[in-house]
Design a binder for this molecule. Structure first.
Ligand SMILES: Nc1ncnc2c1ncn2[C@@H]1O[C@H](COP(=O)(O)OP(=O)(O)O)[C@@H](O)[C@H]1O
Ligand SMILES: [Mg+2]
Length: 422
C-alpha cells in the first residue's frame, strides 16, 4: 500500500540572478513500512525534497509543479469516520429531542402560568393560599428552568456541540484530537540536529514535553516512554536527567532519534541521521532504527550522501543528481548492478565497510550550477560514456529489471556490462 507518492515534483528557489532548480521533476513512492534511501552528493536537492514533503520550505522556495500525496494512517481515518458517524446522525436526533423538550416546556409553562394566575386571584380576594399550591409552584418553576436550559443546550450551534463530545462521551474537542493525530504522522530528524536541544533544560524533560504537547499523558507515563526509547537507542536511562552539554555527539544524535520516534509516526524522514557519528555507532543506530521501524511498520526515508549508510537498511534506493533522480530500484539490484554511470561512480567512491571492498574511484569534476543546469542529461559533463545524444536530450526512465529504473540513454549497455562483471 502506497503511503507517500511524490510525482514530478519541482521545487525551485528564487535568488537574485534567477532560479535554483533544486528539485526538478522527481518521482517516487514509498509503501507502508518501507525504507527508501535517498542518496546523492551534497547539493543535489535531497533536503529540499524532504522540506517540500514536510511543508517546511524556506520563504524563497516554491513548489513549481507536481504533487505530493500522503495517505493518512488508519488511526486518523478511524477517528474521522467515528466523528462523521456521530455528527451526521446527531442533528436528526437533536431535532427530535428538541421538539419533545419544547412541547413539554410549553405544557409546563402553561400550567405554571395558570397556577400563578390562580394564586394571584386567591391573594387578591384575601383568601389563604394552600401550602400544596405553593409547593407545586416551586416544583413547576424548577422544571421550567431545567427544561429551558436543556433546550438551549440542544439547539446551540453544531460546532459548539461537536466540541463537547469525545469517544467516551466526555468533554473534549474532537477536531483538535484529529489534528493532533495528523501532526504525528510525519516526523523528521533534521540534518545537523546535534544542536536541536535547548542547552538549559534536561534532555529527558525536553522529550517528555514534546510527548505531552501531542498526547494527554501524565509525567510518569511520559517519562516511562522516554526511558524505553532511551533503552532502545542505547542511552543509559540515568542519563535522562543530563543536560545537552553532558552528552557526547553520538548520544545527542541518539536522543534526537528517540525524540523523532517518541510519537510513533507513520512516516519518518531522517536527513543525514548519522553523518556526525563514527562508523561503528552509525551502523548500530541504523540497525536499531531499522528494527524499530519494522516493529512499528513505519515507513522511512533515509537521506544521505554516503551510500554505504543505506546499503544495509533500505528496501529501495533512489539516486539523485542535480535535482533529478538518476536511478531508482530495489537496493540489492541497484547495488549489485547499477545501470547509471553516476551510480556506479558513487558506489565506487564509497567502499562498503562490510563485504568485499570495491575499487575506490571518485567521479571527476563537480556537480553543476543549478541555476543554469547542463542541457540534456545533467550528468553528461562528468560522464565517461557521454555521447552527442546525452547533450541533446534528457533521458527518459528505462526499466531494466522489475522496479529498477535508470535515467540514462545507455543504461541497458551499462547494466549488461555490470551483470557480466559481478
Ligand atoms: N533557501 C535557498 N535558497 C537558494 N538556494 C538554496 C536554498 N536552499 C538550498 N538551496 C540550493 O538548492 C540546492 C539543493 O540543496 P539541498 O536540498 O540542501 O541539497 P542536499 O540536501 O542534497 O545537500 C543547492 O544548490 C543549494 O545551494
Ligand atoms: Mg541536505
Amino acid at each position: 500500500m502506497v503511503l507517500l507518492e511524490v510525482k514530478d515534483l519541482k521545487v525551485h528557489f528564487k535568488i537574485e540572478n534567477g532560479w535554483v532548480k533544486a528539485v526538478d521533476g522527481v518521482s517516487f513512492t514509498i509503501d507502508k513500512g518501507e525504507t527508501m534511501g535517498l542518496v546523492g552528493e551534497s547539493g543535489c536537492g535531497k533536503t529540499t525534497a524532504a522540506y517540500a514533503i514536510t511543508q517546511l520550505l524556506p520563504s524563497n522556495g516554491y513548489i513549481k509543479g507536481g504533487r505530493i500525496f500522503f495517505k493518512e494512517p488508519e488511526r486518523v481515518t478511524a477517528l474521522r469516520e467515528e466523528y462523521d458517524r456521530r455528527f451526521s446522525d446527531a442533528p436528526k436526533e437533536r431535532d427530535k429531542e428538541a421538539a419533545r423538550l419544547k412541547k413539554e416546556l410549553e405544557q409546563r409553562s402553561k400550567e405554571l402560568g395558570e397556577l400563578v394566575e390562580s394564586k394571584k386571584q386567591l391573594e387578591e380576594s384575601k383568601s389563604i393560599v394552600p401550602a400544596s399550591m405553593a409547593k407545586r409552584l416551586d416544583e413547576l418553576r424548577a422544571q421550567v428552568r431545567e427544561l429551558d436550559q436543556r433546550l438551549s443546550a440542544l439547539t446551540c450551534s453544531y460546532d459548539l456541540l461537536a466540541k463537547s463530545m469525545r469517544k467516551d462521551g466526555s468533554m473534549d474537542d474532537w477536531n483538535r484530537e484529529i489534528r493532533k493525530v495528523r501532526w504525528q504522522d510525519i516526523s523528521m530528524i533534521f540534518q545537523g540536529a546535534m544542536n536541536a536541544f535547548n542547552p538549559v533544560f534536561k534532555i529527558g524533560d525536553q522529550i517528555v514535553a514534546a510527548i505531552q504537547l501531542h498526547e494527554d499523558i501524565d509525567d510518569d507515563a511520559a517519562r516511562k516512554r522516554v526511558s524505553e526509547l532511551f533503552e532502545f537507542v542505547g542511552i543509559p536511562q540515568d542519563r535522562m536527567d543530563n543536560y545537552p552539554h553532558e552528552f557526547s555527539g553520538g548520544m545527542k544524535q541518539r536522543a534526537m532519534i528517540a525524540l523523532a520516534l517518541a510519537l510513533s509516526p507513520a512516516f519518518i524522514i531522517a536527513d543525514e541521521p548519522t553523518t556526525a557519528l563514527d562508523v561503528i555507532t552509525q551502523d548500530r543506530i541504523l540497525f536499531e532504527m531499522k528494527k524499530l521501524q519494522e516493529g512499528l511498520r513505519m515507513a522511512m526515508m533515509i537521506i544521505t550522501h554516503d551510500v554505504s549508510v543505506v546499503a544495509e537498511v533500505s528496501d529501495k534506493i533512489a539516486v539523485m543528481y542535480a535535482g533529478k533522480i538518476m536511478e531508482i530500484g530495489p537496493t540489492n539490484m541497484v547495488f549489485k548492478r547499477p545501470a547509471h554511470p553516476y551510480t556506479s561512480g558513487l558506489l565506487g567512491s564509497f567502499p562498503s565497510i562490510k563485504g568485499k571492498k570495491r575499487r575506490l574511484e571518485s567521479i571527476p569534476g563537480f556537480p553543476p550550477d543549478l541555476v543554469n543546469p547542463p542541457s540534456g542529461c545533467p550528468f553528461h559533463p562528468r560522464c565517461q560514456y557521454a555521447k552527442d545524444l546525452c547533450l541533446e536530450k534528457a533521458p527518459d526512465g528505462i526499466e531494466i529489471e522489475p522496479g529498477h529504473v535508470a535515467f540514462c540513454h545507455f543504461s541497458k549497455e551499462l547494466w549488461e556490462r555490470m551483470r557480466r562483471d559481478v
